[in-house]
Unconditional design. Sequence first.
Lengths: 285, 170
Amino acid sequence: MKQKISALERGYSKVLPAVFTILALVIMFLPLQSIVVSTRSILTYIFIPQIRASHRITQYTKDALDSTKDLLNTADKNLKLREEVSNLLLENAQLESLFAENKRLTESLQISSKEKWKGLWAKVAYREPSRRGTIIVDKGSQNGISLRAPVIAIDQGKVGLVGKVIEVSPTTSKILLSSDEDFSVAAFLSESKKEGLALGDAKGGMFIKYITLGQDLTEGEKVFTSISSAIFPDGILIGYIGPHNTQKIEDSFITAKIVPVVDSNAVNEVLIMPALNLPLGEIKK
Amino acid sequence: MIKFLNVFFIFIIATIAHWLAIETFGQYGIILGVMFSFTLVMATKLSEFGGYLFGFLSGLFLDFFGNNLFGANALAFTWVLFVFYIIDDKIDFRDSAPQMVITAVLNMVLLIFYGLISKFFIGEFIWQGFVNFVVGSVLTGLFLPVIYFVINKYLSWGPLRNINEAKRFF
Protein backbone atom coordinates (compact mmCIF):
# COMPACT_ATOMS: atom_id res chain seq x y z
CA MET A 1 0.00 0.00 0.00
CA LYS A 2 2.51 2.52 1.05
CA GLN A 3 5.59 3.00 -0.95
CA LYS A 4 8.92 2.67 0.72
CA ILE A 5 10.59 5.98 1.12
CA SER A 6 14.27 6.49 1.18
CA ALA A 7 16.24 7.59 4.23
CA LEU A 8 16.94 10.86 2.47
CA GLU A 9 13.26 11.45 1.89
CA ARG A 10 12.50 10.54 5.53
CA GLY A 11 14.96 13.11 6.81
CA TYR A 12 13.67 15.61 4.34
CA SER A 13 10.07 15.05 5.50
CA LYS A 14 11.04 16.02 9.04
CA VAL A 15 12.56 19.26 7.82
CA LEU A 16 9.75 20.24 5.42
CA PRO A 17 7.08 21.21 8.00
CA ALA A 18 9.66 23.29 9.82
CA VAL A 19 10.72 25.00 6.59
CA PHE A 20 7.14 25.87 5.60
CA THR A 21 6.33 26.94 9.15
CA ILE A 22 9.28 29.31 9.17
CA LEU A 23 8.26 30.58 5.73
CA ALA A 24 4.72 31.22 6.94
CA LEU A 25 6.00 32.98 10.07
CA VAL A 26 8.30 35.13 7.99
CA ILE A 27 5.36 36.09 5.79
CA MET A 28 3.35 36.92 8.88
CA PHE A 29 6.02 39.06 10.46
CA LEU A 30 7.23 40.91 7.40
CA PRO A 31 5.54 44.23 6.68
CA LEU A 32 3.87 42.92 3.57
CA GLN A 33 0.62 44.82 3.83
CA SER A 34 1.14 46.92 0.69
CA ILE A 35 2.45 43.94 -1.28
CA VAL A 36 -0.50 41.83 -0.13
CA VAL A 37 -2.94 44.53 -1.17
CA SER A 38 -1.28 44.90 -4.59
CA THR A 39 -1.09 41.14 -5.09
CA ARG A 40 -4.70 40.78 -4.01
CA SER A 41 -5.69 43.34 -6.64
CA ILE A 42 -3.72 41.49 -9.30
CA LEU A 43 -5.11 38.14 -8.20
CA THR A 44 -8.60 39.55 -8.21
CA TYR A 45 -8.12 40.53 -11.86
CA ILE A 46 -6.71 37.08 -12.60
CA PHE A 47 -9.50 35.32 -10.77
CA ILE A 48 -12.37 37.47 -12.03
CA PRO A 49 -13.11 35.10 -14.95
CA GLN A 50 -13.13 32.19 -12.52
CA ILE A 51 -15.32 34.02 -10.06
CA ARG A 52 -17.67 34.90 -12.89
CA ALA A 53 -17.60 31.34 -14.20
CA SER A 54 -18.45 29.89 -10.81
CA HIS A 55 -21.12 32.53 -10.31
CA ARG A 56 -22.57 31.64 -13.71
CA ILE A 57 -22.51 27.92 -12.91
CA THR A 58 -24.23 28.53 -9.58
CA GLN A 59 -26.79 30.80 -11.19
CA TYR A 60 -27.39 28.31 -13.99
CA THR A 61 -27.90 25.47 -11.51
CA LYS A 62 -30.19 27.62 -9.40
CA ASP A 63 -32.15 28.72 -12.49
CA ALA A 64 -32.42 25.13 -13.66
CA LEU A 65 -33.72 24.08 -10.25
CA ASP A 66 -36.15 27.00 -10.16
CA SER A 67 -37.34 26.23 -13.70
CA THR A 68 -37.89 22.59 -12.80
CA LYS A 69 -39.76 23.62 -9.68
CA ASP A 70 -41.85 26.08 -11.71
CA LEU A 71 -42.53 23.42 -14.31
CA LEU A 72 -43.71 20.97 -11.66
CA ASN A 73 -45.82 23.66 -10.04
CA THR A 74 -47.28 24.59 -13.42
CA ALA A 75 -48.14 20.97 -14.14
CA ASP A 76 -49.79 20.73 -10.75
CA LYS A 77 -51.66 24.00 -11.29
CA ASN A 78 -52.68 22.87 -14.76
CA LEU A 79 -54.24 19.73 -13.31
CA LYS A 80 -56.09 21.75 -10.71
CA LEU A 81 -57.25 24.28 -13.30
CA ARG A 82 -58.46 21.54 -15.60
CA GLU A 83 -60.42 20.10 -12.73
CA GLU A 84 -61.79 23.55 -11.98
CA VAL A 85 -62.73 24.06 -15.64
CA SER A 86 -64.60 20.75 -15.61
CA ASN A 87 -66.43 21.81 -12.46
CA LEU A 88 -67.21 25.19 -13.96
CA LEU A 89 -68.52 23.60 -17.14
CA LEU A 90 -70.76 21.43 -15.02
CA GLU A 91 -71.86 24.44 -13.00
CA ASN A 92 -72.44 26.38 -16.21
CA ALA A 93 -74.64 23.62 -17.55
CA GLN A 94 -76.61 23.69 -14.31
CA LEU A 95 -76.86 27.48 -14.47
CA GLU A 96 -78.08 27.33 -18.04
CA SER A 97 -80.80 24.96 -16.99
CA LEU A 98 -81.63 27.21 -13.99
CA PHE A 99 -81.66 30.23 -16.25
CA ALA A 100 -84.07 28.51 -18.61
CA GLU A 101 -86.23 27.50 -15.68
CA ASN A 102 -86.10 31.03 -14.29
CA LYS A 103 -87.08 32.45 -17.66
CA ARG A 104 -89.98 30.05 -17.96
CA LEU A 105 -91.21 30.81 -14.43
CA THR A 106 -90.75 34.55 -14.93
CA GLU A 107 -92.79 34.41 -18.09
CA SER A 108 -95.47 32.34 -16.42
CA LEU A 109 -95.63 34.78 -13.46
CA GLN A 110 -95.44 37.77 -15.80
CA ILE A 111 -92.80 39.60 -13.79
CA SER A 112 -89.94 41.56 -15.24
CA SER A 113 -86.63 39.76 -15.47
CA LYS A 114 -83.35 41.30 -14.44
CA GLU A 115 -81.35 42.75 -17.25
CA LYS A 116 -77.65 42.24 -17.50
CA TRP A 117 -75.65 45.07 -16.06
CA LYS A 118 -74.09 46.98 -18.90
CA GLY A 119 -72.15 50.17 -18.91
CA LEU A 120 -69.05 52.05 -19.77
CA TRP A 121 -65.77 51.65 -17.93
CA ALA A 122 -64.19 54.94 -16.88
CA LYS A 123 -61.01 55.78 -15.08
CA VAL A 124 -60.84 58.07 -12.09
CA ALA A 125 -59.15 61.22 -13.36
CA TYR A 126 -59.31 63.45 -10.34
CA ARG A 127 -60.37 63.53 -6.72
CA GLU A 128 -61.52 66.83 -5.41
CA PRO A 129 -59.54 67.65 -2.31
CA SER A 130 -62.23 70.02 -1.09
CA ARG A 131 -64.89 67.35 -1.22
CA ARG A 132 -63.82 63.81 -0.47
CA GLY A 133 -67.15 62.38 -1.43
CA THR A 134 -66.84 63.00 -5.16
CA ILE A 135 -64.58 61.87 -7.97
CA ILE A 136 -64.15 62.99 -11.55
CA VAL A 137 -63.91 60.31 -14.23
CA ASP A 138 -62.55 60.53 -17.76
CA LYS A 139 -65.85 59.90 -19.59
CA GLY A 140 -68.57 62.42 -20.22
CA SER A 141 -71.64 63.19 -22.27
CA GLN A 142 -69.69 62.57 -25.49
CA ASN A 143 -69.42 58.98 -24.33
CA GLY A 144 -73.11 58.73 -23.56
CA ILE A 145 -72.92 59.40 -19.83
CA SER A 146 -75.96 61.12 -18.41
CA LEU A 147 -77.00 62.51 -15.05
CA ARG A 148 -78.06 60.17 -12.27
CA ALA A 149 -76.34 57.21 -13.93
CA PRO A 150 -75.57 54.50 -11.37
CA VAL A 151 -71.92 53.72 -10.85
CA ILE A 152 -70.48 50.42 -9.70
CA ALA A 153 -66.95 49.00 -9.39
CA ILE A 154 -65.09 45.81 -8.67
CA ASP A 155 -63.03 45.66 -5.51
CA GLN A 156 -61.16 42.46 -4.60
CA GLY A 157 -63.27 40.44 -6.98
CA LYS A 158 -66.59 41.75 -5.63
CA VAL A 159 -68.94 44.04 -7.52
CA GLY A 160 -70.46 46.80 -5.46
CA LEU A 161 -72.07 50.19 -5.50
CA VAL A 162 -69.84 53.23 -5.84
CA GLY A 163 -72.23 56.13 -6.35
CA LYS A 164 -74.10 58.10 -8.99
CA VAL A 165 -73.29 60.71 -11.62
CA ILE A 166 -74.17 64.21 -10.44
CA GLU A 167 -72.48 66.39 -13.05
CA VAL A 168 -71.67 65.74 -16.69
CA SER A 169 -69.41 67.68 -19.03
CA PRO A 170 -68.58 66.60 -22.61
CA THR A 171 -65.44 64.72 -21.54
CA THR A 172 -65.74 64.20 -17.81
CA SER A 173 -68.32 63.33 -15.21
CA LYS A 174 -68.53 63.94 -11.49
CA ILE A 175 -69.62 61.03 -9.34
CA LEU A 176 -71.12 61.38 -5.90
CA LEU A 177 -69.67 58.53 -3.88
CA SER A 178 -71.87 56.33 -1.75
CA SER A 179 -69.79 57.31 1.27
CA ASP A 180 -70.74 60.98 0.91
CA GLU A 181 -73.25 62.27 3.42
CA ASP A 182 -75.47 63.60 0.59
CA PHE A 183 -75.81 60.14 -0.90
CA SER A 184 -78.81 57.93 -0.29
CA VAL A 185 -80.31 54.87 -1.92
CA ALA A 186 -83.25 52.60 -1.19
CA ALA A 187 -81.78 49.38 0.16
CA PHE A 188 -82.93 45.85 0.73
CA LEU A 189 -81.65 43.38 3.29
CA SER A 190 -81.05 39.92 1.89
CA GLU A 191 -81.94 37.78 4.94
CA SER A 192 -84.46 39.76 6.96
CA LYS A 193 -86.16 40.89 3.71
CA LYS A 194 -86.56 44.39 5.08
CA GLU A 195 -86.19 47.66 3.26
CA GLY A 196 -84.41 50.77 4.44
CA LEU A 197 -82.45 53.74 3.30
CA ALA A 198 -78.69 53.46 2.89
CA LEU A 199 -76.85 56.72 3.39
CA GLY A 200 -73.34 58.03 3.41
CA ASP A 201 -72.12 59.57 6.63
CA ALA A 202 -69.94 62.52 7.44
CA LYS A 203 -67.02 60.22 8.33
CA GLY A 204 -66.88 58.63 4.88
CA GLY A 205 -68.70 55.46 5.86
CA MET A 206 -72.26 54.25 5.29
CA PHE A 207 -75.23 53.32 7.39
CA ILE A 208 -78.75 52.11 6.88
CA LYS A 209 -81.80 53.53 8.61
CA TYR A 210 -85.58 53.22 8.66
CA ILE A 211 -85.50 49.46 9.17
CA THR A 212 -88.71 48.42 10.83
CA LEU A 213 -88.40 46.94 14.30
CA GLY A 214 -88.56 43.21 14.74
CA GLN A 215 -85.69 40.80 14.76
CA ASP A 216 -82.16 42.09 15.26
CA LEU A 217 -80.15 42.47 12.09
CA THR A 218 -77.53 39.82 11.52
CA GLU A 219 -73.96 41.01 11.33
CA GLY A 220 -72.66 40.44 7.80
CA GLU A 221 -76.12 40.42 6.25
CA LYS A 222 -75.94 41.61 2.66
CA VAL A 223 -77.43 44.98 1.75
CA PHE A 224 -78.55 45.40 -1.87
CA THR A 225 -80.08 48.25 -3.79
CA SER A 226 -83.81 47.90 -3.65
CA ILE A 227 -86.21 47.54 -6.54
CA SER A 228 -87.93 50.65 -5.19
CA SER A 229 -84.90 52.79 -6.02
CA ALA A 230 -85.64 55.27 -8.79
CA ILE A 231 -82.01 55.59 -9.82
CA PHE A 232 -80.32 52.28 -9.19
CA PRO A 233 -81.18 48.90 -10.65
CA ASP A 234 -82.04 46.48 -7.89
CA GLY A 235 -79.62 43.83 -6.71
CA ILE A 236 -76.41 45.85 -6.62
CA LEU A 237 -74.51 44.89 -3.50
CA ILE A 238 -73.93 47.92 -1.27
CA GLY A 239 -72.22 46.22 1.63
CA TYR A 240 -72.75 44.19 4.77
CA ILE A 241 -74.45 45.00 8.05
CA GLY A 242 -71.83 46.03 10.58
CA PRO A 243 -71.34 44.67 14.13
CA HIS A 244 -74.24 44.49 16.61
CA ASN A 245 -72.88 47.29 18.75
CA THR A 246 -73.28 49.70 15.82
CA GLN A 247 -77.00 48.99 15.63
CA LYS A 248 -79.39 51.27 17.49
CA ILE A 249 -83.03 52.16 17.59
CA GLU A 250 -83.94 55.67 16.52
CA ASP A 251 -87.56 56.89 16.24
CA SER A 252 -88.91 53.34 16.24
CA PHE A 253 -86.58 52.27 13.46
CA ILE A 254 -83.33 50.36 13.45
CA THR A 255 -80.21 52.14 12.27
CA ALA A 256 -77.08 50.13 11.52
CA LYS A 257 -73.64 50.67 10.12
CA ILE A 258 -72.87 49.26 6.65
CA VAL A 259 -69.46 47.92 5.76
CA PRO A 260 -69.26 48.86 2.05
CA VAL A 261 -68.28 46.08 -0.34
CA VAL A 262 -66.31 48.55 -2.43
CA ASP A 263 -64.13 51.19 -0.87
CA SER A 264 -65.44 54.03 -3.01
CA ASN A 265 -62.62 56.32 -1.91
CA ALA A 266 -60.03 53.94 -3.24
CA VAL A 267 -61.45 52.85 -6.60
CA ASN A 268 -59.51 53.67 -9.73
CA GLU A 269 -61.88 52.37 -12.36
CA VAL A 270 -65.67 52.37 -12.35
CA LEU A 271 -68.50 51.07 -14.49
CA ILE A 272 -71.05 53.76 -15.30
CA MET A 273 -74.38 52.17 -16.08
CA PRO A 274 -77.06 53.74 -18.27
CA ALA A 275 -79.23 56.12 -16.26
CA LEU A 276 -82.78 55.07 -15.68
CA ASN A 277 -83.89 58.73 -15.89
CA LEU A 278 -87.37 58.03 -14.79
CA PRO A 279 -89.83 60.86 -14.60
CA LEU A 280 -91.48 61.06 -11.23
CA GLY A 281 -94.29 58.65 -10.70
CA GLU A 282 -93.30 56.26 -13.49
CA ILE A 283 -92.83 52.66 -12.54
CA LYS A 284 -89.44 51.13 -13.11
CA LYS A 285 -89.46 48.12 -15.38
CA MET B 1 7.34 21.05 -16.87
CA ILE B 2 4.25 19.07 -17.88
CA LYS B 3 3.97 17.83 -14.30
CA PHE B 4 4.12 21.34 -12.99
CA LEU B 5 1.49 22.51 -15.51
CA ASN B 6 -0.84 19.71 -14.50
CA VAL B 7 -0.51 20.54 -10.84
CA PHE B 8 -1.04 24.18 -11.65
CA PHE B 9 -4.14 23.25 -13.65
CA ILE B 10 -5.50 21.30 -10.68
CA PHE B 11 -4.74 24.30 -8.48
CA ILE B 12 -6.77 26.53 -10.81
CA ILE B 13 -9.63 24.01 -10.77
CA ALA B 14 -9.42 24.03 -6.98
CA THR B 15 -9.80 27.81 -6.90
CA ILE B 16 -12.84 27.63 -9.22
CA ALA B 17 -14.37 24.92 -7.05
CA HIS B 18 -13.60 27.07 -4.01
CA TRP B 19 -15.52 30.06 -5.43
CA LEU B 20 -18.29 27.75 -6.53
CA ALA B 21 -18.62 26.38 -3.01
CA ILE B 22 -18.53 29.89 -1.55
CA GLU B 23 -21.29 30.98 -3.96
CA THR B 24 -23.43 27.94 -3.20
CA PHE B 25 -22.97 27.36 0.52
CA GLY B 26 -21.92 30.83 1.61
CA GLN B 27 -25.53 31.99 1.58
CA TYR B 28 -26.25 29.41 4.30
CA GLY B 29 -23.29 30.55 6.36
CA ILE B 30 -21.27 27.42 5.65
CA ILE B 31 -17.72 27.54 4.36
CA LEU B 32 -16.60 24.37 2.66
CA GLY B 33 -12.90 23.54 2.85
CA VAL B 34 -12.54 22.99 -0.88
CA MET B 35 -8.95 24.21 -1.11
CA PHE B 36 -8.20 22.06 1.90
CA SER B 37 -9.80 19.00 0.28
CA PHE B 38 -7.74 19.51 -2.87
CA THR B 39 -4.65 19.91 -0.70
CA LEU B 40 -5.30 16.58 1.04
CA VAL B 41 -5.93 14.78 -2.24
CA MET B 42 -2.84 16.30 -3.84
CA ALA B 43 -0.83 15.40 -0.75
CA THR B 44 -1.53 11.76 -1.58
CA LYS B 45 -0.52 12.29 -5.21
CA LEU B 46 2.54 14.46 -4.83
CA SER B 47 5.79 14.03 -2.99
CA GLU B 48 5.87 15.47 0.54
CA PHE B 49 7.59 18.56 -0.75
CA GLY B 50 4.95 18.91 -3.47
CA GLY B 51 2.20 18.32 -0.93
CA TYR B 52 3.51 20.90 1.50
CA LEU B 53 4.07 23.38 -1.32
CA PHE B 54 0.56 22.83 -2.69
CA GLY B 55 -0.91 23.21 0.79
CA PHE B 56 1.18 26.26 1.56
CA LEU B 57 0.14 27.96 -1.69
CA SER B 58 -3.51 26.99 -1.15
CA GLY B 59 -3.36 28.55 2.29
CA LEU B 60 -1.65 31.59 0.89
CA PHE B 61 -4.36 31.85 -1.76
CA LEU B 62 -7.00 31.93 0.99
CA ASP B 63 -4.88 34.47 2.88
CA PHE B 64 -4.79 36.76 -0.14
CA PHE B 65 -8.55 36.83 -0.27
CA GLY B 66 -9.05 37.00 3.47
CA ASN B 67 -8.89 40.13 5.58
CA ASN B 68 -7.27 38.63 8.63
CA LEU B 69 -3.71 37.70 9.46
CA PHE B 70 -1.79 37.18 6.23
CA GLY B 71 0.02 33.84 6.30
CA ALA B 72 -2.20 32.29 8.98
CA ASN B 73 -3.92 29.93 6.55
CA ALA B 74 -0.59 28.96 5.00
CA LEU B 75 0.75 28.09 8.46
CA ALA B 76 -2.43 26.23 9.47
CA PHE B 77 -2.37 24.22 6.23
CA THR B 78 1.30 23.32 6.85
CA TRP B 79 0.56 22.08 10.36
CA VAL B 80 -2.50 20.12 9.32
CA LEU B 81 -0.48 18.52 6.50
CA PHE B 82 2.10 17.55 9.08
CA VAL B 83 -0.66 15.77 11.02
CA PHE B 84 -2.03 14.30 7.80
CA TYR B 85 1.32 12.79 6.80
CA ILE B 86 1.55 11.11 10.19
CA ILE B 87 -1.96 9.63 9.72
CA ASP B 88 -1.38 8.81 6.05
CA ASP B 89 1.40 6.41 6.99
CA LYS B 90 -1.04 4.41 9.11
CA ILE B 91 -4.36 4.59 7.23
CA ASP B 92 -5.27 3.78 3.64
CA PHE B 93 -6.55 7.07 2.30
CA ARG B 94 -7.83 5.47 -0.91
CA ASP B 95 -11.09 4.24 0.65
CA SER B 96 -14.02 6.63 0.82
CA ALA B 97 -14.91 6.07 4.47
CA PRO B 98 -11.49 6.95 5.93
CA GLN B 99 -11.24 9.80 3.44
CA MET B 100 -14.46 11.34 4.72
CA VAL B 101 -13.70 10.85 8.40
CA ILE B 102 -10.09 12.05 8.20
CA THR B 103 -11.04 15.09 6.10
CA ALA B 104 -13.89 16.11 8.40
CA VAL B 105 -11.69 15.77 11.49
CA LEU B 106 -8.71 17.51 9.89
CA ASN B 107 -10.94 20.34 8.70
CA MET B 108 -11.97 20.85 12.33
CA VAL B 109 -8.32 20.71 13.35
CA LEU B 110 -7.53 23.28 10.65
CA LEU B 111 -10.20 25.67 11.96
CA ILE B 112 -8.86 25.27 15.49
CA PHE B 113 -5.26 25.79 14.33
CA TYR B 114 -6.34 28.89 12.45
CA GLY B 115 -8.12 30.22 15.52
CA LEU B 116 -5.10 29.51 17.74
CA ILE B 117 -2.69 31.14 15.31
CA SER B 118 -4.85 34.26 15.12
CA LYS B 119 -5.21 34.25 18.92
CA PHE B 120 -1.44 34.05 19.31
CA PHE B 121 -0.56 36.69 16.74
CA ILE B 122 -3.44 39.16 16.85
CA GLY B 123 -4.91 38.30 20.23
CA GLU B 124 -8.28 37.24 18.84
CA PHE B 125 -9.50 33.69 18.32
CA ILE B 126 -11.08 33.88 14.86
CA TRP B 127 -14.03 31.52 15.01
CA GLN B 128 -16.34 30.94 12.07
CA GLY B 129 -19.17 29.60 14.17
CA PHE B 130 -20.08 26.23 15.61
CA VAL B 131 -22.48 25.37 12.77
CA ASN B 132 -19.76 25.98 10.24
CA PHE B 133 -17.29 24.07 12.39
CA VAL B 134 -19.49 20.95 12.41
CA VAL B 135 -21.60 21.13 9.25
CA GLY B 136 -18.85 22.69 7.12
CA SER B 137 -16.39 20.03 8.20
CA VAL B 138 -18.83 17.17 7.66
CA LEU B 139 -19.74 18.48 4.21
CA THR B 140 -16.07 18.92 3.37
CA GLY B 141 -15.56 15.30 4.37
CA LEU B 142 -18.51 14.18 2.28
CA PHE B 143 -17.28 16.02 -0.78
CA LEU B 144 -13.71 14.76 -0.58
CA PRO B 145 -14.31 11.36 -2.22
CA VAL B 146 -15.78 13.21 -5.21
CA ILE B 147 -12.71 15.42 -5.50
CA TYR B 148 -10.46 12.41 -5.01
CA PHE B 149 -12.31 10.52 -7.74
CA VAL B 150 -12.14 13.43 -10.22
CA ILE B 151 -8.44 14.07 -9.66
CA ASN B 152 -7.71 10.35 -9.87
CA LYS B 153 -9.61 10.14 -13.15
CA TYR B 154 -7.83 13.16 -14.55
CA LEU B 155 -4.42 11.87 -13.59
CA SER B 156 -5.19 8.39 -14.91
CA TRP B 157 -5.91 9.49 -18.48
CA GLY B 158 -3.81 12.61 -18.60
CA PRO B 159 -0.14 12.91 -19.38
CA LEU B 160 0.55 12.10 -15.76
CA ARG B 161 -0.71 8.55 -15.98
CA ASN B 162 2.64 6.91 -15.51
CA ILE B 163 3.57 9.32 -12.81
CA ASN B 164 0.29 8.70 -11.03
CA GLU B 165 0.97 5.01 -11.02
CA ALA B 166 4.29 5.76 -9.42
CA LYS B 167 2.21 7.83 -6.96
CA ARG B 168 4.81 10.44 -6.11
CA PHE B 169 5.83 13.21 -8.41
CA PHE B 170 6.81 16.85 -8.28
